[in-house]
Ligand binder design. Structure first.
Ligand SMILES: [Zn+2]
Length: 352
């Protein structure tokens, strides 16, 4: 269907990239356009609402059996360090041990960098909602950490898997979910906003669910990052036709503002596999299928991955990562600056 800019309503737009479905071979060629009014990147024409579900095959990864990244796995000394990291870095006061060694503290500092991505910061009464929860990976972590959990998932089979981690579960659309306003301390939407036809409406709804002092976290691929710039239509974050919007830190902040929220921090992340997928697409587009296959083989993939792992902290620090996660509060929420302390070292602060 043809629709104007999701963000500003402008009708005029210019095509930027066009690709088939590279991941699941849904038939068709899909185009990303740039809005002439506000510069927003979106799919146009886009898959009609009634056909969206058909773009997700039964083996869609997020709908498979989850393996929640629960932080207390591993040796007792690792679990001690994880508890210390959660207690001192993420507000889990109840997990604070009275005495820990200097080594545990040091280990906790390193662990915290990863735990921040997996564990929501503790707030208020510990009421957590994951929007677009898939099969429940994030809910499983939250429940293990003591949160009262709730989820929303449109795919019935995935929701069935998530049910064991969720106190309450709404199977269906976000806009029809029956949760009352102001009843969650943390709401998350990880890799969801780029899939929905009305990102502003969805964000507004999520902000309404925040209790006073509550935090919304949104994570999406970064169309303003290095990968999109280097690889263009071969960029792995395009994920057409499932991604309807392609956010940059700026356009994501614009969505948040229109919905009545304010971005208080923005983190960047860059994993080697995102670039390696893009490289594979790029080589195939040039008829270099053999090279693309070689880049995916173990020794070559391993060397590329190692090289990228060494270079990637720079990309994250420069603010041009492949994935961005933002912390959002309601604009009318007073004195909510504290959330800014949650950023991983070197990538906190405002979006660029
Ligand atoms: Zn626009």
């Amino acid at each position: 269907m043809d629709a104007p800019c999701f963000l500003c309503g402008e009708g005029a737009a210019d095509p930027v990239w066009a690709t088939p479905d590279r991941a699941f071979a849904v038939p068709g060629l899909y185009t990303v356009v740039r809005c002439r009014g506000c510069g927003f990147l979106y799919q146009r024409p886009r898959v009609a609402d009634a056909s969206l579900a058909q773009c997700y095959p039964d083996h869609y990864p997020r709908h498979q059996e989850p393996s929640p990244r629960i932080p207390f796995k591993g040796s007792p000394s690792r679990a001690r360090a994880a508890r210390w990291a959660l207690a001192t870095g993420l507000g889990y006061g109840a997990l604070r041990d009275r005495r820990v060694s200097a080594l545990t503290r040091l280990r906790a500092r390193f662990l915290l960098r990863r735990l921040r991505w997996d564990c929501p910061p503790w707030r208020g009464q510990g009421r957590y909602l994951d929007v677009g929860c898939g099969s429940g990976g994030a809910l499983g972590v939250a429940r293990a950490l003591g949160w009262r959990t709730a989820g929303i998932e449109v795919d019935a089979a995935a929701a069935e898997k998530a049910r064991r981690f969720a106190g309450e579960l709404h199977v269906g659309d976000v806009l029809t979910a029956p949760f009352a306003p102001a009843q969650f301390d943390v709401v998350t939407a990880f890799h969801v906003l780029e899939h929905v036809p009305d990102p502003v409406g969805m964000t507004r709804r999520m902000l309404e669910w925040l209790a006073p002092g509550g935090l919304l976290m949104v994570e999406v691929p970064n169309a303003g990052g290095l990968g999109a710039r280097l690889f263009g239509r071969a960029w792995s974050g395009l994920e057409l036709p499932r991604h309807l919007s392609h956010f940059t830190p700026e356009s994501l902040a614009a969505v948040v503002e229109r919905a009545g929220g304010r971005v208080i921090w923005c983190w960047h992340q860059a994993k080697p596999r995102y670039y390696l997928w893009s490289l594979g697409h790029w080589l195939r587009d040039r008829g270099r299928d053999g090279l693309a296959r070689m880049a995916g083989r173990r020794p070559v993939y391993g060397v590329l991955k190692l090289a990228l792992e060494l270079a990637l902290p720079l990309v994250s620090r420069a603010g041009c990562g492949e994935v961005i996660r933002i912390g959002v509060v309601n604009t009318h929420a007073a004195g909510s600056r504290r959330g800014g302390a949650g950023g991983p070292r070197g990538s906190g602060g405002g979006c660029r």
